[in-house]
Design a protein around this ligand. Structure first.
Ligand SMILES: Nc1nc2c(ncn2[C@@H]2O[C@H](COP(=O)(O)OP(=O)(O)O)[C@@H](O)[C@H]2O)c(=O)[nH]1
Ligand SMILES: [Mg+2]
Length: 647
């Protein structure tokens, strides 16, 4: 909005049919919205246009626009559409008829949507006597109790005689001037719920709606969801005037170009690309009106209205024996799972209205808690419900928890909240500072992941269990091979976070990483005295046999050890370097190898063949080949053809 633009406050009209809404707006502004609607039907004007009155308040130009729509359906829709803007409602009740069913239903809807009240006008004051007028006022005040209009000014007026219109006018200006303009909304990612879409030959698609959040500028790229096509903004109109940019709360028309736009219809949303998601299963807090025909238990069919979208679906209350009701009673509130027949673009905090599929009466409404709800495992359900029903920080924790060991990345959290990354990032970091979340730094193939402490706890427990059982089975082992440990401890989705988890587990002293092995910290060699002396005898037996020790089985018989113990001790001695396992699988003492190495240096050979080697050290082929391969691998010798060169 440029400085020259007036400040706009949009006021909706509510009230029973024929109670004088349109006449009142006409009396206030001189504009007849019904005539406009008629012209629109006959194709003379393309938009309803806005009846408005302009006034200077404290040197600032204030424009009060009226949304006066005929019909009940349009009321529901407009009440929802107005949510992104400044929400003021003017409730109209005819003095001669008083409160009627539709008055009550509109009041219900204003309550469900928590629309901050505006003012109440008792119209057709000319048709009743003074004392009846007072009675009507009392009756009205009573009906307003417990609604957002409780305590709002009630003004009597007549559109026919003009009596009281000036008072309504000045009250409106006063309330509108004091209305909070939520500037922060304009900084959010752009979201335009489309309530009208049509093709203009050669000009592309014209899409109209009340900009729910963010701002849209000419040249911007937008994404149309749920369809998924992309478009560019060619031009913008706000309240029928060309603009460079439109901001939250403004009635906005965008001219869009791009492919796939032919099929865009009302109920879709034009949004900042990547910033929103369309889902079919949602979690919400829902209030059922006292007038609802019966309690809801299990799934009940509903018509679901959210901004300009309308969907068929079903809902069921979600509770646990210790949290929340499992039945939604008329007049009651519960958390509900909503399943829609097709996806809707929603964010946490969105308001919605539920109506019966038929007859179409309002059943209730509420607030979206999770637009991307997935029912968790039974043991997680209650904590998910509790957290999602709480503030946004708790919701972030719920989503991290649901993502398990693999954690969750920033973009999906932003989509669920409909806010900018910086804002979510700031919250996540604050939660991490408090120890409520853990952060896994970005790595190859993944961005920073946010992980719930519960996931870390599960990993810790699993690591302890896995290592304990490994060392029970391999009592003499120095460590569990790292790859084997990772596969046993981490679920697949978290495997790419292996280094992060291992580092964390090391820091917690759950384990210690030692090269490509994982050890239990503080775990000693853990040999009994008998085992130690047995190990010593095995090592000596190998050492005594020099370069051609017998098969290990023979040594086992010689020291008279049990197979399992013997194998464990072989590994123990190998890990500690006393024995070496040659490429062929044969064991040999390190001392014998060291002697071989030293003697090779004294031969004066520059190179030699296998035969010379065998002869010099009196070796059979069975031993000569693996020994040479070992020496190659150690870099003592280098093989070229059938000769070896000493390095
Ligand atoms: N006598 C009298 N008639 C009115 C007044 N306001 C509206 N009407 C009449 O009531 C009827 C319905 O008015 P309208 O503004 O269309 O009602 P809406 O359906 O609520 O928009 C019309 O015939 C109006 O002329 C009023 O203040 N006094
Ligand atoms: Mg009307």
């Amino acid at each position: 909005m440029t400085a020259a633009d007036p400040r706009r406050v949009v006021v909706g009209t509510a009230g029973h049919i024929d109670h004088g809404k349109t006449s009142l707006v006409a009396a206030l502004t001189g504009i007849d919205c019904d005539r406009w609607a008629e012209e629109k039907r006959r194709g003379i004007t393309i938009d309803l246009g806005f009846a408005h009155l302009t006034e200077e308040v404290d040197g600032e130009v204030l424009q009060v626009g009226f949304v006066d729509v005929p019909g009940h359906e349009r009321f529901v829709h407009n009440a929802l559409a107005g949510l992104g803007g400044i929400r003021l409602m003017m409730l109209v009740v005819a003095a001669d008829e008083g409160v009627k069913p539709q008055t009550r239903e509109h009041l219900d809807i204003c309550s469900l949507l928590e629309i901050p009240a505006g003012l109440v006008v008792l119209t057709k004051a000319d048709l009743v006597e003074e004392d009846l007028l007072e009675l009507a006022e009392l009756e009205l005040a009573e009906a307003l109790e417990g609604t957002p209009f409780q305590g709002a000014p009630i003004l009597a007026a007549s559109s026919t005689t003009g009596e009281g219109i000036a008072e309504v006018h000045s009250a409106l200006i006063r309330i509108a001037a004091g209305a909070e303009h939520d500037l922060a909304r304009g900084a959010l990612p752009a979201r335009l719920p489309i309530d009208r879409a049509f093709q203009l030959k050669g000009l592309g698609l014209i899409a109209t709606g009340t900009l729910e959040r963010g701002s849209i500028g000419a040249g911007d790229g937008l994404e149309i969801l749920p369809q998924g096509c992309t478009a560019r903004v060619r031009s913008i109109q706000v309240h029928d005037r060309e603009r460079e940019r439109a901001v939250a709360g403004e009635r906005t028309s965008v001219q869009l170009v791009g492919s796939g736009l032919e099929s865009v219809v009302r109920g879709e949303q034009a949004v900042e690309p990547g910033a929103f998601l369309a889902g079919r299963t949602l979690l919400a807090r829902c209030h059922l009106l006292p007038s609802a025909p019966k309690p809801i238990r299990g799934f009940a069919p509903v018509r679901f209205h959210l901004l300009s979208s309308e969907r068929i679906g079903k809902l069921r209350p979600l509770g646990t024996p210790t949290f929340g009701p499992e039945t939604l009673e008329p007049g009651g509130t519960a958390l509900v799972e909503i399943r829609l027949d097709s996806p809707v673009v929603a964010v946490r905090g969105d308001r919605f209205i539920l109506r019966r599929p038929s007859p179409q009466t309002t059943l209730g409404g509420g607030t979206i808690l999770d637009p991307d709800w997935r029912r968790p495992r039974r043991e997680q359900l209650e904590s998910q419900l509790r957290r999602l029903d709480d503030g946004d920080d708790q919701a972030l924790l719920a989503w991290a928890e649901r993502a398990g060991e693999g954690g969750v990345e920033l973009p999906v959290l932003c989509q669920r909240l409909g806010v900018r990354a910086e804002e979510v990032d700031r919250r996540l970091r604050a939660l991490a500072d408090d120890g409520a979340l853990l952060v896994a730094p970005a790595g190859p193939g993944h961005a920073v992941r946010w992980i719930a402490p519960a996931a870390y706890r599960r990993i810790t427990e699993r690591a302890q269990r896995v290592l304990r059982s490994f060392f029970e089975r391999n009592r003499m082992s120095l460590g569990m091979p790292k790859a084997e440990a990772v596969a046993a401890i981490l679920p697949k989705r978290a495997a790419e976070l292996a280094d992060v988890y291992l580092a964390w587990l090391s820091k917690q002293r759950v384990l210690a990483v030692d090269g490509d092995r994982v050890r239990l910290p503080g775990r000693g060699e853990q040999l009994t005295e008998a085992e130690s002396s047995l190990a010593e005898r095995i090592a000596r037996a190998f050492e005594a046999r020099g370069l051609e020790p017998p098969e290990s089985g023979e040594i086992r018989a010689e020291v008279n050890a049990q197979a399992k113990v013997f194998e464990g001790l072989l590994r123990f001695l190998t890990e500690r370097g006393r024995l070496v396992r040659l490429p062929s699988g044969l064991f040999i003492s390190r001392a014998a190898l060291e002697r071989l190495r030293a003697e090779l240096q004294t031969t004066g050979w520059e190179s030699f063949a296998v035969g010379e080697f065998k002869d010099r050290f009196s070796l059979t082929r069975k031993w000569a080949i693996p020994l040479l391969e070992y020496l190659d691998a150690q870099g003592v010798t280098r093989r070229a053809g059938d000769r070896r060169f000493l390095r």
